[in-house]
Ligand binder design. Structure first.
Ligand SMILES: NC(=O)CC[C@H](N)C(=O)O
Length: 388
């Protein structure tokens, strides 16, 4: 049976085991390889698609309608041009329709084309998600070919031969080559992003692929924010006379990234510099303190994950995006577990007993997601005042 031309697939997703899923292409034409994960957030697709932590991954959105509100220049999470290398592919249930929102400046497909993100729509994302739930995150190749030509064997081979994220340091690809200052605060209705006046404790953020909203939350808490590249030395950081250091989120395997970051973090711990770690930064603080990290089968990617703060007993609903985890069952004596996931009991927060350092596996800056965890920034800044 021949297909009508309008039904001819213009995109394909081929998994390492040879599974072929056809659909309609959007965004950039071309081909990309990556780990196929799913994200369950119902809003915030633009923030998700610009989060540098997704480098090396292809995102399946479980929410069926993505693109409805278009895109704008404000909801971009990567902070430097280097970190534009976020997810290279996106998988959708329904084809994006014309945007309907007063903030929309562009439609999703045109914006993805500009950013080089390859899209496939018309996929049974429910079935793909169920498969990831049962068998873990597969390696896959996504291709968008407006002419409908695909070399499926070559795509399968590329997916099967791809080395995966384990052992990969991707922070060096998304981190800026130069440091910079950031004064942007939170967004206000009718005003957009406001600027901080440059006063307050000086925070140095190590940028392993930082999300802008981390920088904004710090400025909103009254901090002066300087950002340094991932490979900044202990001396580079101390020269800035920081009141505290934030270890950012970022892509790839924390153990691989830790090869150069852990020695610096150990020196910061020794010097008793207050530290806040977020996501990849959490994993690297844990490694620096002697804990271990490991790969998860499905990871956590969504905007409504329940987490318990063990110090207060409170449950917060958080934004998550990680595929590696700190081994909470074998924490060294100097590390206290402070938060756990109520989905699977995995570790989602630690504090060091011998230094003013703590970290969370989730994204307290949200973007997208609920604002339950903004208190993490407040807790950090309050701690700085006490340490000063
Ligand atoms: N958002 C992040 O910082 C992700 C951390 C790490 N790359 C992981 O997948 O677990």
């Amino acid at each position: 049976m021949s297909q009508a031309p309008s039904d001819r697939p213009t995109a394909a997703l081929v998994l390492a085991d040879g599974t072929v899923i056809y659909g309609q292409g959007l965004g950039a034409a071309g081909e990309a390889v990556g780990e196929v994960c799913f994200n369950t957030a119902m809003t915030g697709y633009q923030e998700i698609l610009t989060d540098p932590s997704y480098a090396g991954q292809i995102i399946t959105f479980t929410f069926p309608h993505i693109g409805n509100v278009g895109v704008n220049a404000e909801d971009v999470e990567n902070a430097s041009p280097a970190s534009a290398a976020a997810a290279r592919g996106a998988i959708f249930r329904a084809m994006a329709t014309s945007p309907s929102n007063y903030r929309a400046q562009l439609d999703l497909s045109a914006w993805m084309r500009r950013r080089g993100v390859i899209g496939i729509a018309g996929v049974d994302t429910r079935a793909l998600t169920a498969r990831i739930r049962e068998a873990g995150m597969p390696h896959g190749v996504i291709a968008h070919s407006p002419s409908g030509q695909f070399d499926l064997d070559a795509m399968q081979k590329r997916a099967a031969e791809w080395a995966g994220l384990e052992g990969r340091d991707l922070a060096r690809d998304v981190s800026p080559s130069q440091g910079y200052a950031s004064d942007e605060k939170g967004w206000e209705w009718g005003k957009g992003y406001l600027a901080h006046d440059g006063s307050g404790p000086h925070i140095v953020v190590i940028d392993y692929g930082v999300k802008r909203n981390i920088l904004r939350r710090l400025a909103s808490e009254g901090c002066r924010v300087s950002v340094v590249p991932a490979k900044a030395s202990f001396e580079d950081i101390m020269e800035k006379n920081p009141a505290g250091v934030v270890l950012s989120n970022g892509p790839g395997d924390p153990a691989a990234t830790g090869e150069y970051s852990v020695p610096v973090i150990r020196k910061l711990i020794e010097a008793q510099v207050p530290i806040l770690g977020i996501c990849l930064g959490h994993q690297m603080l844990a490694l620096a303190a002697g804990a271990k990290t490991k790969k998860m089968p499905q990871g956590h990617h969504g905007a409504n994950h329940p987490v318990k703060d063990l110090s207060t007993g409170k449950v917060e609903i958080v934004s998550m995006n990680h595929g590696f985890t700190v081994d909470g069952d074998n924490l060294p004596d100097n590390v206290e577990e402070t938060h756990i996931s109520l989905f699977d009991g995995t570790n989602t927060g630690i504090a060091l007993k011998n230094a003013p350092a703590f970290s969370v596996q989730y994204h307290p800056e949200a973007s997208p997601g609920p604002e339950d965890s903004f208190y993490i920034f407040r807790r950090f800044v309050e701690g700085l005042k006490q340490a000063a």
